[in-house]
Design a binder for this molecule. Structure first.
Ligand SMILES: *[C@@H]1O[C@H](CO)[C@@H](O)[C@H](O)[C@H]1NC(C)=O
Ligand SMILES: *[C@@H]1O[C@H](CO)[C@@H](O)[C@H](O)[C@H]1NC(C)=O
Ligand SMILES: *[C@@H]1O[C@H](CO)[C@@H](O)[C@H](O)[C@H]1NC(C)=O
Ligand SMILES: *[C@@H]1O[C@H](CO)[C@@H](O)[C@H](O)[C@H]1NC(C)=O
Ligand SMILES: *[C@@H]1O[C@H](CO)[C@@H](O)[C@H](O)[C@H]1NC(C)=O
Ligand SMILES: *[C@@H]1O[C@H](CO)[C@@H](O)[C@H](O)[C@H]1NC(C)=O
Ligand SMILES: *[C@@H]1O[C@H](CO)[C@@H](O)[C@H](O)[C@H]1NC(C)=O
Length: 529
């Protein structure tokens, strides 16, 4: 017999969503491998978790995923706090449900793998639990670098160098010498450990450089794709997915080129035109990915050239499953381009796949500023860049790229590591929004934008157990007395304070449990009828 929760899910998780995450090769948000808010870990009572934006200069001087006073259910539209009231209204009418959520996370880089491999085994286990376990950040949306990136040390490499080093190999048109090599193997083996902590992480790969002008992997001054080598490119990526699977890692997606419009010399990059990205898909890569249960993510670059993914989508319509966006548009990312894309191509998933704190100090809103708006505009997940470094933000390329990018973890020695403020900021999202949650429109209460100084951002997601995770970013300058309500219901308000200069997550139990309605009545009325 079906459990009560299952019946409830059958009865109520029926909102039509524009972008569904079905068929992505990862399981849904129900059950023991999910976490808070899934069918096996039902949210029973209201809770609040708070991370201060102030980066602590000494340990334990700020709140980091600290429990705060829980919001209180009231029948009165008002607050007991002093100061003005901020009404937050979630659109729970049928058109308020937007996209399904896949998860939040980070990128595996060579720096991450190298510093993790320097840890003693028991300490590595603890780091993995902190990142992927249910007692930790429980991240579910991960990217990884294919071949070297700027967060690789001095040895730049690909999976088919065919020579003494990255830049000196002979062309290998049959890919006879393809192999993950020491770095790729170490990465696959480290990623495979993630499955011990969490079975259903969504993982996609992205190369920084692959086959370029000469047929060599990389040329310093003209690293653009030579379209004569499209068959080799297709083979390169299918071999990569198969090689990872041999190491026990299922690759769920591929972005063909990290930042295809960024082709500076100095570290591995490749210029890839949108028409060529579509051509590679059409000439066999799209089918090869789908045969292997992997999706294709187009673009993987900034919001300032939104026409690029449209061109890929128009050129290879059914083979483009998702669009990936980065945060580095100057002066600020403009995530409303995701809304435009959803309007043009309603079924296509979108993600924010790279953003980074650079030499952070003071107040840190970088994570929330680049996780909340993309989701509000249609993204099903978001990932920060490098997951872990040494204390000098490395190992990183000596020739260029990021020499000050902060991860969630700094490995200090073989037995000591430090969780950064980004770790806790990501946790405000990844711990509480389950796979299969549905993002809902916020009708009232969201304020400000990337171009204004007073920002109060709200993300409202309904988890598979029908509870709510509501995430607030208070960069407004003062405590906010929030009164939260749902548009399809009058006379029910959740009130509480969202403290100044914090990211605060409220967990609110399923409404049917809270309002004193008999569950049996609910089942009889809504399911049987
Ligand atoms: C949760 O499990 C129920 C019952 O097995 C299923 O009908 C529902 O689709 C699942 N929901 C998600 C989000 O996976
Ligand atoms: C910081 O707080 C944690 C959790 O309460 C505790 O385990 C740790 O010992 C504290 N560290 C310091 C330096 O006080
Ligand atoms: C609650 O009161 C405020 C005025 O303080 C009003 O703007 C808001 O719409 C009311 N909310 C509901 C759900 O009636
Ligand atoms: C770089 O290589 C591409 C592809 O072979 C070629 O079309 C382009 O002219 C080259 N650019 C320069 C500056 O050499
Ligand atoms: C952001 O993009 C939208 C289109 O989605 C455009 O109308 C708007 O002007 C852009 N804003 C900025 C600040 O560039
Ligand atoms: C580890 O290194 C970071 C960066 O230098 C430093 O902020 C942190 O305090 C160190 N942690 C310990 C426990 O030494
Ligand atoms: C809110 O926090 C900001 C950033 O830390 C600070 O500058 C400001 O003074 C605070 N406002 C109040 C009313 O405490």
């Amino acid at each position: 017999m079906a459990s009560l929760v299952e019946l409830l899910l059958l009865g109520f998780a029926t909102h039509a969503v524009a972008q569904s995450i079905e068929g992505l090769g990862v399981s849904g948000g129900n059950g023991s491998r999910g976490g808070i808010g899934d069918g096996a870990h039902v949210v029973q009572h209201a809770q609040a978790f708070i991370t201060d934006a102030q980066i602590p200069t000494s340990p334990n001087t700020t709140r980091q995923l600290a429990r705060g006073p829980a919001p209180v259910l009231s029948r009165i539209n008002g607050t007991t706090g002093c100061g003005p009231q901020r009404n937050v209204v979630i659109n729970t009418s049928p058109n308020g449900a937007r996209q399904e959520m896949l998860g939040f996370g980070h990128a595996w880089t060579d720096s991450t793998v190298e510093v993790f491999n320097s840890l003693e085994p028991a300490v590595l286990d603890q780091v993995m639990e902190d990142l992927f376990g249910q007692s930790g950040n429980n991240m579910g949306f991960m990217r990884h670098t294919i071949g070297s990136s700027d967060l690789t040390g001095a040895n730049q490499y690909s999976y088919d160098d065919n020579g003494p080093s990255f830049n000196e190999g002979e062309p290998d048109p049959d890919l006879a010498n393809f192999g993950l090599g020491p770095y790729g193997t170490a990465m696959a083996q480290m990623i495979a450990r993630m499955g011990l902590y969490k079975g259903d992480v969504f993982l996609f790969g992205a190369p920084w450089s692959f086959i370029t002008t000469d047929g060599n992997q990389y040329t310093l001054l003209n690293n653009s794709l030579n379209i004569n080598y499209i068959p080799q490119a297709i083979q390169y990526f299918t071999k990569y997915i198969d090689a990872f699977l041999e190491q026990g890692v299922s690759v769920n997606g591929l972005s063909l080129q990290n930042e295809p419009l960024n082709y500076q010399g100095g570290y591995p990059t490749t210029f890839l035109d949108a028409a060529d990205e579509a051509a590679i898909l059409n000439q066999g890569l799209g089918d090869a990915l789908h045969d292997r249960g992997a999706i294709f993510l187009a673009y993987d670059h900034n919001t300032d050239q939104p026409v690029y993914p449209y061109r890929v989508k128009q050129g290879a319509r059914d083979l483009v499953d998702a669009v990936a966006w980065h945060c580095y548009q100057s002066p600020v990312a403009n995530y409303s381009v995701l809304d435009d894309f959803s309007y043009a191509f309603p079924g296509t998933l979108q993600f924010m796949t790279e953003c980074s704190n650079y030499l952070p100090s003071g107040v840190n809103f970088e994570v929330a500023q680049n996780f909340i708006p993309p989701v509000q505009y249609g993204a099903s997940g978001a990932a920060m860049w490098v997951m872990a470094t040494d204390p000098d933000f490395g190992p990183h390329s000596p020739y260029g790229g990021c020499d000050g990018c902060l991860g969630s973890i700094i490995v200090n020695s073989s037995t000591v590591y430090t969780k950064t403020n980004d770790y806790y900021m990501i946790g405000q999202f990844s711990r509480f929004v389950r796979r299969g949650a549905v993002n809902f429109q916020v009708l009232q209460g969201n304020e400000g934008s990337a171009l204004t100084s007073n920002q109060f951002y709200v993300l409202a997601a309904q988890n598979p157990d029908l509870s709510w995770a509501v995430i607030f970013m208070n960069n407004y300058g003062s405590d906010q007395n929030v009164v939260l309500s749902f548009s399809d219901e009058s006379g029910q308000f959740w009130e509480g304070v969202v403290p100044n200069s914090t990211v605060t997550t409220w967990l609110i139990p399923s409404r049917i449990r809270n309002y004193g309605v008999s569950l049996q009545f609910y089942l009889d009325y809504h399911i049987i009828k």
